[in-house]
Ligand binder design. Structure first.
Ligand SMILES: Nc1nc2c(c(=O)[nH]1)N[C@H]1C(S)=C(S)[C@@H](COP(=O)(O)O)O[C@H]1N2
Ligand SMILES: [Mo]
Length: 249
């Protein structure tokens, strides 16, 4: 957002400078500056008002040769280790909360649903980025199948890994839950998701920073508020480290 505000000032400044200068409007250099300002302004409008806009997608040759892992890279609970030892054949994703029809889906069932593939850039607040390809089922399809109730306001992701007593958890609002690039990814870079990156499934909410991209998702819960979710701020880092719940980029 800081960057966006700077862009706003920049683009308003440029537009203001040019608006009174009719003759300059015929000058090629000035015309190109004007158009750049317009582009910046359009971008800004989107980032401020169009929450449904798509995150940038990249070409295969732009994928990072190395995509590092961060946070948990192998949940150390006996339950998770048992699921992993059996290649997640016994794993089930639960979709519940404010839904008419709670779901319990196997990895095979998730993989047989319509798949979206997208190459996007992951931005971690700790100061690194990587471009990777993700394969997964749009979250919208699961919420529709479960019959999400109109009382739902947020979708919470409960993960297998623990930070002390708590699991990792994150959440998004319904705009992001239904965003076309919000998927539960079971694959990465053309293969099944590995444990380091969140097997068997992890969230990709591409308009958000890295800590929103919950790995090792076990349960998707539709809620009307965060009151009953741990510290009440909608995510582990929000509750214990003061991170912003809205991590839009
Ligand atoms: N379950 C879980 N999800 C998580 C984390 C974590 O520790 N546990 N770390 C987050 C952070 S801060 C980042 S940057 C990304 C890292 O994803 P990667 O390991 O695939 O690079 O996962 C996010 N999702
Ligand atoms: Mo991160």
């Amino acid at each position: 957002m800081l960057l966006s505000r700077r862009r706003l000032i920049g683009s308003l400044g440029a537009a203001g400078l040019l608006s009174g200068c009719d003759k300059l409007g015929e000058n090629e250099t000035f015309r190109s500056i004007l158009f750049k300002a317009e582009d910046a302004h359009r971008y800004l409008q989107r980032s401020l008002t169009d929450r449904g806009a798509l995150a940038r997608e990249f070409a295969p040759e732009q994928m990072s040769p190395v995509f590092r892992t961060n946070g948990t890279n192998n949940p150390n609970t006996p339950d998770y280790q048992a699921l992993a030892a059996n290649r997640f054949a016994d794993w089930r994703l639960v979709v519940d909360g404010q839904v008419a029809r709670p779901l319990s889906l196997s990895l095979a069932q998730l993989r047989s649903m319509p798949t979206r593939t997208q190459i996007t850039r992951h931005d971690c607040v700790e100061g690194w980025s990587a471009i990777g390809q993700w394969h997964g089922v749009p979250l919208k399809l699961l919420l529709d199948q479960a019959g999400m109730r109109s009382s739902a306001r947020y979708v919470v992701f409960h993960c297998a890994d623990r930070y002390g007593e708590r699991p990792y958890y994150e959440s998004v609002d319904l705009i992001d839950a239904f965003h076309p690039q919000t998927i539960l990814a079971w694959g990465m870079n053309g293969h099944l998701l590995d444990i380091g990156h969140g097997a068997p499934i992890r969230l990709r909410a591409e308009r958000h920073l890295g800590y929103k991209q919950a790995k090792y998702v076990m349960r998707v819960e539709a809620v009307d508020s965060f009151a009953g979710i741990h510290g009440g701020k909608g995510g582990l880092w929000e509750d214990i480290a003061g991170y912003e719940w809205y991590a839009g980029i």
